[in-house]
Design a protein around this ligand. Structure first.
Ligand code: 4NP
Length: 154
């Protein structure tokens, strides 16, 4: 399965989500291709925010080699699931989707852990390191729940 993580800048939440899900899938022996992208291209080519890198390093993950890139219509063919971090990302991704089947691949990531609640991963960009800790905790919970659902289907 191929999974794409999407947020606004692709420098804070979605690269963290990519790193967490990739590493947890590998630990469980689940074959998953994970990538991430932005709905806003303003940080294209940039490495993850230093605060995101620091939080991930503290938890034993490396995301330093990820570079921000914009979400494109072609991504909807390449990926089976497109997980967005908040409702604004959801609407932006829907607008980029080339057709209704593609639009149906977009889901709020936290619904994996809290089905139907439509919870959002708060944007940590304009806050301190604490926000990144909170983001990590939420993303880890959603990643484990998603992998549980894959394990149950195997
Ligand atoms: P992200 O965080 O969407 O989690 O990567 C942000 C990155 C950049 C901006 C906002 C949020 N920005 O306004 O440039």
């Amino acid at each position: 399965m191929r999974v794409l993580m999407v947020c606004l800048g692709n420098i804070c939440r979605s690269p963290m989500a990519e790193g967490i899900l990739r590493d947890l899938a590998a630990t469980r022996g689940i074959d998953l291709a994970v990538d991430s992208a932005a709905t806003y291209a303003g940080h294209e080519g940039e490495a993850p925010d230093p605060r995101a890198q620091a939080e991930m390093k503290k938890r034993g993950h490396s995301i330093q080699r990820i570079r921000s890139r914009p979400l494109t219509p072609a991504d909807f063919d390449r990926f089976d699931r497109i997980f967005v971090m908040d409702k604004s990302n959801y609407l932006n991704a829907q607008a980029i989707a080339p057709n209704t089947v593609a639009a149906g691949k977009v889901h709020l990531f936290l619904n994996q852990a809290w089905p139907g609640k439509d919870l959002e991963v708060p944007d940590p960009y304009f806050g301190g390191q604490q926000g990144f800790e909170r983001v990590y905790t939420l993303l880890e919970r959603a990643s484990e729940a998603f992998l549980d659902s894959i394990d149950e289907q195997r």
